[in-house]
Design a protein around this ligand. Structure first.
Ligand code: ASP
Length: 351
């Protein structure tokens, strides 16, 4: 019988890559005299791995420190540089890779990586809500669970996953919903794909499809602002965008994807210049396609050429539009990509 810690068990451990980017999980107070109060990301991947009891029994970890920054400082360029690092790790034989970073932008980073990652090996993004100087920091438990998921054969072909609080979420749906609770991550309207119990990852559901975007790494990344519409919103911001050098716009509309009729001339002017994507400010559910027939309703907006984001929220719709444009998609190809990524059913036929 193989006992934990004996030579045979150690030889059979999978290799898992671990790439650290900073965030709360890596943030501690500075001990320097006169230092700024509060924590800052300074811990390396090796520091973080060393703080996880039992990790060496699960996998041989290949730790790399890629960045030590707050996640609000991560850029798309960082992610474009990160993908080759992840690729090298799995091409070297790792079963999967764990990425740790700040939770503020996990849902966006995981979504972009998911679009750029077409390999079967899991990429598992994690972080922490309580930094290492607090009582009950969640970083070590999240890192351990994520390594267990990255080493799990059932997690293959699920794309990029987000694992915190012993839950496994699909990158496409996960959302940070609370400023400080360790149970902040949810997949609205869907729930997690699985969980980790007693060190066993369980993949209970699998994404129905994956989408891959092939980027030309050298292109300038398009500028895409998000405009959220509140009650009585007037057209001034959309009009101003017509004169600014933006390359696309996401309009976060009301309910099923609606705008006040007074904004339609500005929407039309924008559409003459750039692609416009329609999302909903509700936080879950799809943008509708065939229900409301009034001016500024979704049927009217889609007829004018607005692109429907499906079930993608505004943050993810913005990133998909940026990547679509950066990969050379014209408007019909962008619309098709949104239908593929933004819904689980493909394009919605017109009524
Ligand atoms: N401010 C941190 C960051 O996103 C928050 C976190 O890691 O939870 O870097």
């Amino acid at each position: 019988m193989v006992q934990p810690g004996d030579g045979l068990a150690l030889r059979s451990r999978p290799t898992v890559g671990y790439v650290a980017l900073g965030g709360t999980i890596a943030s501690v107070p500075s001990e320097a005299p006169g230092a700024q109060p509060g924590v800052q990301p300074t811990l390396t991947a090796a520091d973080l791995a060393a703080g996880v009891p039992g990790l060496e029994a699960v996998a041989v970890l290949e730790a790399h420190t890629f960045r030590t920054i707050p996640s609000s400082a991560i850029t798309l360029r960082d992610l474009i540089e990160l993908v080759p690092v992840l690729l090298r790790v799995v091409e070297g034989g790792a079963a999967g890779v764990v990425v740790s970073q700040g939770t503020d932008t996990i849902e966006e980073v995981a979504f972009v990586l998911d679009l750029l990652w077409d390999r079967p090996e899991p990429v598992v993004v994690t972080g922490a809500m309580r930094n290492p100087s607090m009582a009950g920091p969640d970083g070590p438990a999240n890192l351990l669970a994520s390594v267990q998921v990255a080493a799990e054969p059932d997690a293959r072909d699920c794309g990029v996953l987000v694992c915190l609080n012993d839950e496994i979420h699909a990158a496409r749906f996960v959302h940070k919903s609370h400023t400080c609770s360790p149970s902040t991550f949810h997949s609205p309207g869907l729930g997690p794909l699985g969980w980790v119990a007693e060190g066993r990852p369980v993949i209970a559901l699998r994404p129905t499809r994956r989408a891959h975007v092939q980027l030309d790494w050298s292109v300038a990344l398009p500028r895409v602002p998000i405009v959220t519409l509140g009650l009585g919103a007037d057209a001034v911001l959309l009009e101003a965008l017509c004169d600014l050098e933006c390359d696309g716009v996401v309009i976060e509309g009301m309910g099923g994807g609606h705008v006040p009729a007074g904004l339609l001339p500005a929407v039309g002017d924008l559409l003459e210049r750039v692609p416009v994507v329609l999302t909903s400010r509700t936080g879950s559910g799809e943008v509708l396609a065939t229900t409301y027939g009034y001016p500024g309703g979704e049927i009217d907006l889609l007829d004018r050429g607005v692109i429907r984001a499906g079930a993608l929220d505004s943050l993810k719709a913005r990133l998909l539009l940026v990547l679509a444009m950066a990969s050379g998609c014209d408007r019909p190809a962008t619309r098709d990509l949104f239908a593929l990524v933004g819904t689980t059913t493909g394009p919605v036929a017109k009524a």
